[in-house]
Ligand binder design. Structure first.
Ligand SMILES: NC(=O)C1=CN([C@@H]2O[C@H](COP(=O)(O)OP(=O)(O)OC[C@H]3O[C@@H](n4cnc5c(N)ncnc54)[C@H](O)[C@@H]3O)[C@@H](O)[C@H]2O)C=CC1
Ligand SMILES: CC(=O)C(=O)O
Length: 309
């Protein structure tokens, strides 16, 4: 069911959070956006800046607030966290960002919040699982951006390689949003044709593309210090799917419930998102080789999750 009064509480108004807010206001017809950040003055400035969009977009109320404002929110988006420095992996962030996460999720739950958590702070699959553990919410009410950004990057790379519009590329990166992810080429299609059956397909070139895509976040961070536009739109698409009950399929941090040996965690896998949160996790028919990669990625998630708890 499409929500009537659409309210989002955003925690973390840095590069990712403010880019997300900008996209949300332009694409989701929301009624109310409340921003919470430790840097209150900056967040106030941002809400004043963002409200200038509203006459041209949507008559939303935008203000800074507190965790108690989550009480009647549909969605709490968590982007608060320390970003990666050049050379750091996403998993290096686990200790710092787990502490930040704990200080956010408990007061949100104490407010009486009964909506859906959407997480993008890194390492996103771990922090999504921890959000579910700390909140005690049903697994389908906690969503992470997973490999939606990585899959967008793969679509960009394949569209350039095959000189087609990105909308003609159907391809996912699966697994952890991190170094153990992989391109699911066996299921990928270009203009409806299986990628691996295209004439003259060059497997070495595809392996190079996969590697470049996995390193793209680091390549952007080395040049401009952070990445934010891509993940901001992934967050917006997840929120819109919830608010508009879209039944959208995206590769998110999904609770795969024992599949791939991941008992209690989340990992990048396609799922259907609608007003209820994660309506269904899609079981991809992986090849044996891909299953091994997924299991290896899941093993890494298990290891980090156990150490973080
Ligand atoms: N999942 C993905 O695909 C991506 C994830 N990220 C991750 O997003 C996170 C944020 O990145 P940026 O926005 O670039 O960082 P940033 O440093 O620009 O912003 C972080 C914001 O969080 C706020 N904050 C920190 N602790 C807080 C707390 N306890 N309560 C409220 N606010 C708090 C800070 O004041 C700051 O405004 C990082 O963990 C980064 O690695 C970034 C890009 C892509
Ligand atoms: C920062 C990050 O996780 C990315 O751009 O992939």
């Amino acid at each position: 069911m499409i929500k009537k009064h659409r309210k989002v509480l955003l925690v973390g108004d840095g590069a990712v959070g403010s880019s997300f807010a900008f996209s949300l206001l332009q694409n989701c017809g929301i009624d109310e956006l409340v921003i919470v950040d430790l840097q209150k003055e900056h967040a106030e400035g941002d809400s004043l800046d963002l409200e200038d969009l509203t006459p041209m977009m949507t008559p939303a109320q935008i203000r800074t607030g507190e965790y108690s404002d989550a009480a009647d929110a549909d969605i709490v988006v968590i982007t608060a966290g320390v970003p990666r420095k050049p050379g750091e992996t996403r998993l290096d962030l686990v200790n710092k960002n787990t502490k930040i996460l704990e200080s956010i999720v408990s007061p949100v739950v104490d407010s009486g919040f009964n909506g859906i958590f959407v997480v993008s702070a890194n390492p996103v699959d771990i922090l999504t699982a921890l959000t579910q553990h700390i909140s005690g919410f049903p697994k389908n009410k906690v969503i992470g951006t997973g490999t939606s950004l990585d899959s967008a990057r793969l679509q960009v790379a394949l569209s350039k390689e095959f000189d087609v519009n990105t909308s003609e590329v159907d391809a996912y990166i699966l697994g952890e949003h991190g170094d153990s992810s992989f391109a699911a080429y066996d299921e990928a299609t270009i203009a409806g044709q299986p990628l691996l059956s295209l004439p003259n397909v060059d497997l070495d070139r595809l392996a190079q593309i996969e590697d470049d895509v996995k390193k793209k976040g680091g390549a952007i961070i080395n040049r401009k210090g952070a990445t934010f536009y891509g993940v901001a739109v992934c967050l917006m698409k997840i929120c819109r799917a919830i608010l508009m009950d879209e039944n959208l399929v995206l590769p998110i941090s999904a609770p795969v419930n024992g599949q791939y040996g991941l008992e209690d965690g989340y990992i990048g896998s396609p799922a259907v998102i609608n007003g209820s949160g994660i309506r269904q996790v899609i079981e991809v028919n992986l090849t044996d080789e891909e299953s091994v990669k997924m299991q290896e990625s899941a093993r890494k998630m298990n290891e980090v999750l156990l150490a973080a708890e």
